[in-house]
Design a protein around this ligand. Structure first.
Ligand SMILES: *Cc1c(COP(=O)(O)O)cnc(C)c1O
Length: 396
């Protein structure tokens, strides 16, 4: 990297797994003076906004909105249904499940963690074993991370639902869809998910700062039986506000709401099935390129089985440990920012491609071309034909 010339000037691409690329329509919707928070447009837009959030989550139930990132929604959701001393089961296939489990411990829950490592999806037999052994139904909830953004593993939520149903276990099924909503297919009601948390800065394409907790009647019944719930996290007034300020327990995140409105309009105009199909097709092209590179022996795709790969993020490993130099090259030389390795023992050798939200085929081809350029510049051994393979996968 002695070449002094940078080629990064121009429109850059933040290809990390959140925050994601923001559409101009979202940015423009936010560029306005502060609105009245007591009367008028902002208040009037709320019923349609919550209805459309529920459409994206595929639920006829209820959503509570928080001024919070994803971590905030973890605590919000737990605070409404898990009392101190109660047990949660956390099947982990990456860093984010550990994070949610630690938060449960922080509010006084007992955590039964099953660690599947950072390259494997859930083993449903082991989860079933833990639930079967819980004859007294001490486990009140299963913390299920749909897509773990650190490992890029996508877990099978309907299969987990089937395990709970087969055993007749009453634990709530709580899903983290922070990295999957608006990217991978997710169907809250059809899949029997009781609580779902997500945040706005990934598939929902809005600047970080608002988070959402969706819940059904079963979860609400558990909420109603709680000895106490922190007033700020309580989802009850937020989901059923008598007055506008109760939506947020204080001042609304005014500009976020306008940005979110614009993002939901984009998603619903495209259509959920089309959004999922686009992410899937783009992911397939990325995998095709990565599989070609992997032939050279220096690059590994963290998740071997395609059916357990996220359509929104891909975790990769360079066996020579040069993930960080590769990322530095793409960022400073090319204007392409890739995600850091997260939650891996050899994190420095890992990097992640974010392909969530407002991403199209030409952006994916540019990202892959950037990785190819960096591998060439750093003399990283790689199989040939990666871009041709991606191109073929795009038009399959
Ligand atoms: C990003 C992410 C989080 C954390 O969200 P923050 O907004 O960074 O707090 C949690 N879970 C998953 C699966 C994520 O992708």
């Amino acid at each position: 990297m002695t070449d002094p010339i940078s080629l990064a000037q121009g429109r850059t691409y933040l290809a990390i797994p959140g925050p994601s690329v923001m559409p101009d329509a979202v940015l423009q919707a936010m560029h306005r003076p502060s609105p009245n928070i007591y009367d008028g447009e902002l208040i009037e837009m709320m019923p349609a906004l919550t209805r459309d959030l529920c459409r994206v989550a595929r639920t006829d139930h209820t959503v509570a909105i928080y001024i919070a990132n994803g971590h905030g929604t973890w605590e919000a959701a737990l605070s409404n249904v898990i009392a101190p001393g109660e047990t949660v089961l956390a099947p982990a296939s990456g860093r984010f499940t550990h994070g949610w489990a630690e938060m449960a411990e922080g509010i006084g829950a007992k955590v039964d963690l099953i660690d599947f490592g950072s390259s494997s999806a859930w083993d449903l037999d082991r989860i079933a074993e833990a639930l079967r052994a819980d004859k007294a139904h001490q486990i009140k909830a299963v913390l299920a991370v749909h897509v773990d953004t650190s490992s890029s593993i996508r877990n099978d939520i309907p299969a987990l639902r089937a395990v709970l149903d087969d055993l007749g276990h009453p634990a709530l099924l709580m899903a983290d869809c922070i990295a999957s909503l608006g990217c991978d297919q997710f169907e809250m009601d059809a899949w029997g998910v009781d609580v779902m948390v997500t945040a706005c800065q990934k598939g929902l394409m809005t600047p970080a700062g608002t988070g959402f907790v969706f819940f059904n009647d079963k979860a609400q019944a558990k909420r109603a039986a709680m000895p106490r719930v922190s007033q700020y996290w309580d989802w009850q007034p937020r989901a059923n506000p008598g007055l506008f300020y109760q939506y947020f327990n204080g001042t609304a995140p005014t500009h976020h709401l306008y940005g979110l409105r614009a993002a939901l309009d984009l998603i619903l105009a495209e259509g959920m099935e089309q959004v999922w199909a686009r992410h899937e097709r783009l992911a397939t092209a990325i995998w095709a390129a990565c599989e070609a590179w992997a032939q050279g022996g220096a690059l590994q795709i963290n998740v071997a089985d395609r059916k357990h790969r996220s359509h929104a993020v891909t975790a990769l490993r360079l066996t020579d440990g040069r993930g960080t130099p590769l990322r530095e090259f793409t960022e400073h030389k090319l204007g392409l920012t890739l995600g850091i390795g997260l939650g891996m023992e050899d994190w420095d050798g890992c990097f992640r491609l974010g392909h969530m939200g407002y991403v199209n085929a030409q952006m994916v081809m540019a990202m892959l071309g950037g990785v190819e350029t960096a591998m060439a510049a750093l003399d990283i051994p790689r199989g040939q034909g990666a871009l041709e393979a991606a191109a073929a996968a795009l038009v399959a």
